[in-house]
Design a protein around this ligand. Structure first.
Ligand code: FAD
Length: 479
C-alpha cells in the first residue's frame, strides 16, 4: 500500500507521528505541503511567517532527500489538491498530524469526506501536543478550566504514562520513501506572490535545534530571567513550536530530564510549566471552539467596551506604539518591527489595551494575529482572554496592571525602552518610565518635548482604572 504524508504545522522529519505511521505501514510514502491560497491571499506580501515556512520547507525537503524521499509542494485549496494528489499517486491513505484549530478541524473533515468518497482515508494522529483535549480530566471526568489543577493532573498523567513521550522514529524506516523524480524544485517566494527575504529567525529543524541547545545551557536561570524583556532569558522556540520544526515531546523530555537530574535547576520545571500552558490552551480551544469569537465566560460578552472616534484613535495609537506609556510603546515597536514580543510585554500591552484603553480584547487579539511570528490561535486567544479577565483565569478581574510600575519592575534600567523608543534614549532610569512626570525644562535639556518628540499619555492610568472597575461592576450588577 502507498501513503501520502500531508505536512501542515509539523515541518520536520524526525519524531513525527504521521511520518512514522506512514513509513511503518506502507511500501511507498510520498510527502506534500500545500500553500493554501486562501490563507496566503489574506497576508501582507512581506509576511515574515511565509518566509519562515518557505525556508523551513527547503530544510525539510533537504532532510527528506537525505533519507531517500522528497517533498512535493503545491499551491491551491487543500480540499481540492489533497484528494487529487492522492488519486494521482494512487495512495490508500493520507496521514496527518492532528490540528485542533476550528477551521483546520472543519477542513480536515471535508478532505476526509472527499477521500472516503474515493475509497481512501485520512489518518489523523496526535503529535502537536503531549495530551489532547480528552486526556487530562478532573476526577469527575470533566474538563479543567483553571491552569494549576490542570497542570497537576497533566504531570500525574505523564508520570503514569511515560510512553507518551516516546519518539516516533523516522530514519530507520526510510526505505519506504518514494524516491525523488528529480532535483529539488520548491517554488521561490516571488512565484508565490511574496517579496523574497530572510526569515525572522533561523528556520527549519536546524534553526530550532540551535536555539534549543543555546537555551538548555541557560535554562537553570529561566525562573528569574524569563521576566525581563531586555535580557535573553527565554527560549524563543515559539515559532518553531508553531510550525513543528521541533517536537514538543523532544522539548518536554529534555525539560523533564533536566528537572529530575537537577541539571536544569528550578528553571527546567518552570519552563516545563510554560509548555504545559500550551497544551492547556490547545485543550481549551479544542473543547470550546466558540472562544475564537466569544468570551470563555459568556457573561463577559455583555461588557460595554469603548467604541467611537476616540476609541479608534486610541486603538491606532496602541497599534503604532504611540500611547505615551514608554514600555507599552517599546513593546509594540518590537512587535511591529520584528514579529516577536516578550511574554511579560504581551501581558502588559494586552492589559493596557483592555483595561487602560477599554477596548475589546478581540481587536488586540486580531492585531497580534496579524503581526506575531509565533501566532497560534489557541495560545493567543488564551493569553488575550487571560489579560482581559474574560477567560479561564483564577485571578479576580480587578487585577489591573499598572504600566508604570510594571515598567519600573521589569525594565528597571530602561534598557528595553531605549532600544525600541529612540526618542527616549537620553532619559535616565528614573525618568524613562513616566516622562510626563519629569519637569518640562529638564526633559527639554535631554532633547525631549512631549507632544513633539514623544506622545503625551493617551489616558491617565488612575482614571482608566476606575472606569474599568466600573465597567466590570456594571456587568456584575446586570447578572
Ligand atoms: P518560553 O518562555 O521559552 O516558553 C517556551 C514555550 O512555552 C513557548 O515557546 C510557548 O510554546 C510555550 N508558552 C510559554 N508561555 C505560554 C503561555 N502563556 N501560553 C501558551 N504557551 C506558552 N504564544 C504563542 O506561541 N503564540 C501566540 O500567538 C501567543 N500569543 C500570546 C498573547 C498574549 C496576550 C499573551 C499574554 C501570551 C501569548 N503567548 C503566545 C504566550 C507567550 O507569550 C509566548 O509563547 C512566549 O512569549 C514565546 O516566547 P518563547 O518561545 O521565548 O517562550
Amino acid at each position: 500500500s502507498n501513503s501520502l504524508v500531508w505536512f501542515r504545522r509539523d515541518l520536520r522529519a524526525f519524531d513525527h507521528a504521521a511520518l512514522h505511521q506512514a513509513l511503518t505501514s506502507s511500501n511507498r510514502v510520498y510527502c506534500v505541503f500545500v500553500y493554501d491560497c486562501d490563507i496566503l491571499a489574506a497576508l501582507p506580501r512581506d509576511d515574515r511567517r511565509v518566509r519562515f515556512i518557505h525556508a523551513s520547507l527547503a530544510s525539510l525537503d533537504a532532510e527528506l532527500r537525505r533519507l531517500g524521499g522528497y517533498l512535493i509542494v503545491r499551491q491551491g485549496r487543500p480540499l481540492e489538491v489533497i484528494p487529487a494528489l492522492a488519486a494521482e499517486l494512487g495512495v490508500d491513505a493520507v496521514c496527518v498530524c492532528a490540528d485542533y484549530e476550528p477551521d483546520a478541524v472543519k477542513r480536515d473533515a471535508r478532505v476526509n469526506e472527499r477521500l472516503e468518497a474515493d475509497g481512501r482515508k485520512l489518518l489523523s494522529l496526535k503529535d502537536h501536543v503531549v495530551f489532547e483535549q480528552d486526556e487530562v480530566l478532573t476526577l469527575a471526568g470533566g474538563p479543567f478550566s483553571v491552569f494549576t489543577p490542570y497542570k497537576n493532573a497533566w504531570l500525574k498523567r505523564l508520570a503514569a504514562k511515560p510512553e507518551t513521550l516516546a519518539t516516533w522514529p523516522v530514519d530507520q524506516y526510510a526505505q519506504a520513501f518514494a524516491p525523488p523524480p528529480g532535483p529539488p524544485a520548491l517554488p521561490p517566494l516571488d512565484e508565490l506572490g511574496f517579496e523574497p527575504g530572510e526569515p525572522p529567525l533561523p528556520a527549519g529543524m536546524e534553526g530550532a535545534e540551535a536555539l534549543f541547545e543555546r537555551f538548555v545551557a541557560r535554562v537553570a536561570d529561566y525562573g528569574r530571567a524569563r521576566d525581563f524583556p531586555s535580557g535573553d532569558g527565554t527560549s524563543r522556540l515559539s515559532v518553531h513550536l508553531r510550525f513543528g520544526t521541533t517536537s514538543i515531546r523532544h522539548l518536554v523530555r529534555t525539560a523533564q530530564q533536566m528537572a529530575l537530574s537537577g541539571a536544569g535547576g528550578s528553571g527546567a520545571s518552570v519552563w516545563l510549566s510554560e509548555l504545559i500552558w500550551r497544551d492547556f490552551y490547545s485543550m481549551i480551544l479544542a473543547r470550546n471552539p466558540q472562544v475564537t469569537t466569544q468570551s470563555f465566560k459568556p457573561a463577559f460578552d455583555a461588557l460595554a467596551w469603548d467604541s467611537g472616534a476616540q476609541a479608534e484613535e486610541r486603538f491606532a495609537a496602541w497599534c503604532a506604539g504611540r500611547t505615551g506609556y514608554p514600555l507599552v510603546d517599546a513593546a509594540m515597536a518590537q512587535l511591529n518591527r520584528t514579529g516577536f514580543m516578550h511574554n511579560r510585554l504581551r501581558m502588559i500591552t494586552a492589559s493596557f489595551l483592555t483595561k487602560d484603553l477599554g477596548i475589546d480584547w478581540r481587536r488586540g487579539e486580531r492585531y497580534f494575529a496579524l503581526k506575531l511570528n509565533d501566532y497560534d490561535l489557541a495560545s493567543n486567544n488564551g493569553g488575550w482572554q487571560w489579560a482581559a479577565s474574560t477567560g479561564c483565569d483564577a485571578q479576580p478581574w480587578f487585577r489591573i496592571f499598572n504600566p508604570v510600575s510594571q515598567s519600573q519592575r521589569f525594565d528597571a534600567q530602561g534598557q528595553f525602552i531605549r532600544a525600541w523608543v529612540p526618542a527616549l534614549a537620553g532619559l535616565g532610569a528614573k525618568e524613562i518610565h513616566a516622562p510626563w512626570l519629569v519637569p518640562r525644562d529638564e526633559l527639554a535639556r535631554k532633547g525631549v518635548v512631549l507632544g513633539r518628540d514623544y506622545p503625551l499619555p493617551v489616558v491617565d492610568h488612575d482614571e482608566a482604572r476606575k472606569r474599568t472597575l466600573e465597567r466590570f461592576a456594571a456587568l456584575k450588577k446586570g447578572d
